[in-house]
Design a protein around this ligand. Structure first.
Ligand code: MN
Length: 138
């Protein structure tokens, strides 16, 4: 069985374990470019173990995902889930309720470019239920 915890082919190192408050399963976040005095965004590398996804959430000024590894899922509330693979780009509009994560059988890594406002960069909501997650694979 492939050792997904090491994720050896990743471009960037795994970084810190993501908060269980906002993720179901194990994920790691490596902040590649923190917001500084010149920036209105941050850039992070996020690695998900198989089955891991983040909570439903919105971004006050949107987000862009660049997929670098594995197989994943992006879903907006009320819409069909989108399967993601290496090379895919997701443009997430402001205030759009969504989640992203790995498929149940694959690790998944994306770079997230997140715009930052005076109201922050993300508003977290409830976890994606097992039923919602299973339905995203249909
Ligand atoms: Mn997002």
């Amino acid at each position: 069985m492939m050792d997904t915890s090491q994720n050896k082919s990743s471009i960037f190192s795994k970084g810190e374990k993501a908060s269980p408050d906002y993720f179901t399963g194990n994920a790691w976040v490596n902040i590649l470019v923190p917001k500084d005095e010149t920036g209105k965004y941050s850039i992070g590398d996020v690695s998900f173990e198989p089955g891991c996804r983040n909570n439903w959430h919105t971004h006050p000024a949107g987000q862009v995902l660049l997929v670098t590894e594995g197989l994943g899922i992006y879903q907006e509330k009320g819409k069909t889930a989108r399967q993601l693979k290496k090379g895919d780009v997701v443009v997430i509009p402001s205030h759009t309720l969504h989640w992203h994560g790995a498929t149940k059988d694959s690790h998944f890594t994306h770079i997230a470019i997140t715009n930052i406002t005076e109201k922050g960069a993300v508003d977290w909501l409830n976890p994606v239920t097992d039923e919602e997650y299973a339905a995203s694979h249909a």
